[in-house]
Design a protein around this ligand. Structure first.
Ligand SMILES: Nc1ncnc2c1ncn2[C@@H]1O[C@H](COP(=O)(O)OP(=O)(O)O)[C@@H](O)[C@H]1O
Ligand SMILES: [Mg+2]
Length: 388
């Protein structure tokens, strides 16, 4: 277990690709950290700099309070689990799991050679025991004699996990370890990794492009875009108080709805709507362009018969809309509606009266809405909670 401190860490690849830009982050001892963001945003590069697999262009990486910039991977006491498992194809599961420990022992130098035979035997027995214990924990004990090619994807990933576990490193580093598995198995393994963390209390840094995986695994998550850290916080914080429009759109499904407009006289005004901004949440908002963000579960779709006319109230606005499409999810449905020229998604309880093409009234709730500066990456505009 160890803390990890990144201070202004940057990576520039040849060709002036700035993969990571001045990341400054402190991870606590025993924390489960997830690095998340779209493909190409620099997650793997950052992880590999922590592992020692990639040279650091600028800044420092410290593990357990010690700067490790110049240390080779084997001296950093980290274990890495990759997406493609990286198992040795010609070795049995047992050998694959024991390999790191055996190699470490051989690296013991000349003293290793001078070991008494009995001591050596005891050491090997200890490794066997550890491999067996770990295999039991992961439910792969019956597979120990098999070669990787005789395993399913899920079993291979368990072996890769086991190989990292037996080494008992200070830090576990995972690079999209579940991406090759089917959806169901991914969810199952996700729970197992979480459980493993609870049991070992080890420090873990986990890379994924999947925001749902990040939300369900992380104690705290680092949301990245174009090599730049956008937000570092708990999943709850990133969801409830996204730092900018990018994070707001990246975290949560279905994706948050955005309405371009402007703040004017204490109201948010867009082409087809005007809603009063609750002054308790947004006191003294300066006039100017802004984007309103509303999650799909904050929209209600009212079938015309119980609709009434467009109106605004303190908690939101009701506006006329047409139903574009309906996706049934079993217990709920996602309804895409057009409000003027803006397409929005509502996640609602099943309502059989709604039909594609039909006219409805959509109530946009402001209770949990967000305001951002206009533009793709617009920063969150302060609401009253920001002060406290
Ligand atoms: N060895 C490399 N040489 C040059 N560019 C690289 C190399 N590895 C990654 N990159 C670039 O750095 C950026 C970040 O890559 P990466 O860290 O792999 O992203 P992620 O893991 O988030 O998908 C990308 O633009 C990628 O093309
Ligand atoms: Mg990657």
């Amino acid at each position: 277990m160890a803390t990890i401190e990144l201070n202004c860490v940057s990576k520039t690849y040849t060709g002036d690709v700035r993969a990571v830009r001045e990341a400054t982050l402190a991870f606590r001892d025993g924390e489960f950290i997830v690095l998340v963001g779209p493909s190409g945003c620099g997650k793997s590069t950052l992880l590999r700099m922590i592992a020692g697999l990639e040279a650091i262009s600028g800044g420092t990486v410290a593990i357990g309070g010690r700067v490790v910039n110049e240390l080779p991977p084997k001296d950093r006491d980290v274990a890495m689990v990759f997406q493609n498992y990286a198992l040795y194809p010609h070795m049995t599961v047992e050998k694959n799991m024991a390999f790191g420990l055996l190699r470490r022992r051989k690296h013991g130098g000349i003293s290793g050679l001078l070991f008494h035979r009995a001591e050596r035997r005891a050491e090997l027995a200890a490794i066997d025991r550890k491999v067996l214990d770990t295999a039991r924990t992961l439910g792969i004990e019956p597979l120990l004699a098999r070669l990787p090619r005789a395993l399913s994807g899920g079993q291979r990933q368990r072996v890769a996990l086991g190989r990292a576990l037996v080494r008992e490193p200070q830090v576990f580093l995972f690079d999209e370890p579940l991406s090759n598995l089917d959806a169901r198995l991914r969810i199952e393994m996700r729970a197992e990794i979480r459980e493993l963390h609870r049991r070992t209390k080890a420090s873990m840094v986990y890379v994924t492009h999947d925001q749902e995986e990040a939300m369900t695994l992380a104690d705290r998550m680092v949301v990245m875009k174009f090599g730049v850290v956008q937000q570092f916080g708990t999943p709850g914080e990133c969801y409830a108080r996204p730092a900018n429009r990018f994070v707001a759109g990246f975290v949560g499904t279905p994706v948050m709805n955005f309405i371009e407009g402007r703040v004017d006289g204490g109201a948010f005004v867009a082409a087809d709507m005007r809603v009063t901004l609750p002054a308790a949440r947004w006191p003294r908002m300066p006039a100017g362009p802004a984007t309103l963000g509303v999650r799909p579960d904050q929209l209600r779709v009212l079938y015309r018969a119980d609709a009434g006319a467009s109106s605004t109230a303190a908690d939101g606005a009701s506006v006329a809309a047409t139903v574009r499409s309906i996706e049934r999810l079993g217990d709920r449905m996602d309804v895409a509606v057009m409000i003027g020229g803006t397409r929005m998604t509502a996640r609602i309880e099943n309502d059989d009266r709604l039909v594609e093409g039909g006219s409805v009234l959509v109530h946009i709730g402001l209770g949990a809405a967000h305001l951002f500066a206009s533009g793709e990456d617009g920063a969150r505009l302060g609401d009253a909670h920001d002060a406290g």
